[in-house]
Ligand binder design. Sequence first.
Ligand code: FMN
Length: 184
Amino acid sequence: MKTIVLYVSKMGATKAYAEELAKLVGGDAMPLKKFRWKKGLGAYDCFVFGGWVMGGKIQGIDTFLSHYDEMNDAGKDIIVFSCGMSYPTPEGRKEMISINVLDLYRVRYYQVQGSFDFQKLKFPWSMMMKFTLNKMEADPNLDDNKKALLSFRERPLIVHDEAKIEKIARMIGMIAAERDKKSA
Ligand SMILES: Cc1cc2nc3c(=O)[nH]c(=O)nc-3n(C[C@H](O)[C@H](O)[C@H](O)COP(=O)(O)O)c2cc1C
């Protein structure tokens, strides 16, 4: 089984995860915008998409899912992971599925925590981040997880969740085994 990991990354965390995952499963990794669907669709059985999170939205997900029917009709397996600074929780996962309307599709979804450094952000991203965090701060129902995010205005968050990438790789291994069984 051949796997491709497509990604949209701004600061490099999602790209690093995508490349690591591709290496673990013996697949390819490529920025989403470089992938040529007409030529490439037939070359892979499993499509993984990883996008960084801005204001709860997985960047690039709409473009990736605009090819959902092509992938689904051709019997591809589809996995999506998001890379954000939020610590993954079941509630956070539900929120991400809802914001990104992932429940409308037959995809497996994983939430991966990435790094974040407010000081390295340039305009207009710094403005947008300030806006996101200020909006969050004003929420009267702020949970502990979101409160923790506010502290990243002052200090960088450095996370590389290798275990989560290994978990996705194991899932891809299971998908490959299923495909082998079916074709035997
Ligand atoms: C403008 C802006 C908005 C962000 N909004 C969120 C968010 O809503 N939720 C979240 O978990 N992370 C958010 N982040 C953090 C990034 O998703 C995180 O830093 C991620 O690791 C970036 O991935 P990249 O290095 O591949 O670009 C935001 C970052 C920026 C710059």
